[in-house]
Design a protein around this ligand. Structure first.
Ligand SMILES: C[S@@+](CC[C@H](N)C(=O)[O-])C[C@H]1O[C@@H](n2cnc3c(N)ncnc32)[C@H](O)[C@@H]1O
Length: 151
């Protein structure tokens, strides 16, 4: 196994997990900056051409894990790997953000759901080629129907 090293840190408006929208229909519109360390900045070359990025990061303020969890979006329990719970065996988060612009090693983005100072492990361009009609949303789709959000 390899050990990880942050390539940068998230500058987020969220200082406390309570401030981050959660549950069904939660919208993640928060803007912030991904500050990439100078030594890794050459790796951002040509990133401006992508509208959305996948950010892989560490749940650095999460301790331990539960294999079965009850997420805020449902009143039923689910396996941790069928959720986005922060309490997982390897505390790795993944967020798709919209790239608003770049100033040198700073990426201005929209769509943050992580805390101020969160370590960034990796960035990749978002390239989904799965047609919407082939996507299945598992228990979340059922919870949305149950909540009257979907027919
Ligand atoms: C449900 S997780 C989803 C994160 C990511 N979109 C994913 O799918 O991996 C988002 C929650 O993680 C928690 N969180 C955010 N940043 C964190 C951090 N640096 N350490 C621990 N927990 C964090 C907050 O409670 C936030 O609402």
């Amino acid at each position: 196994m390899f050990s990880t090293q942050p390539i940068g840190y998230v500058r987020s408006p969220y200082k406390d997990t309570q401030e981050i929208p959660k549950g069904l229909g939660a919208k993640h519109e928060a803007e912030g900056v991904l500050e990439i360390q100078a030594e890794f900045a050459p790796g951002l070359t040509d990133i401006e051409g992508f509208s959305h990025l996948i950010i892989i990061w560490e749940f650095d303020r999460s301790e331990g894990f539960n294999l079965v969890v009850k997420p805020p979006s449902d009143d039923r329990s689910h396996g941790v790997f069928a959720t986005r719970s922060p309490r997982r065996p390897n505390p790795i988060g993944l967020t798709v953000v919209e790239l608003l612009g770049r100033e040198g090693p700073a990426l201005h983005v929209r769509g943050l759901d992580m805390l101020e100072g969160t370590p960034i492990l990796d960035i990749k361009p978002y390239l989904s080629n799965i047609p919407p009609e082939r996507l299945r949303r598992g228990w979340l789709a059922e919870a949305e129907v149950h909540a009257g959000m979907k027919p």
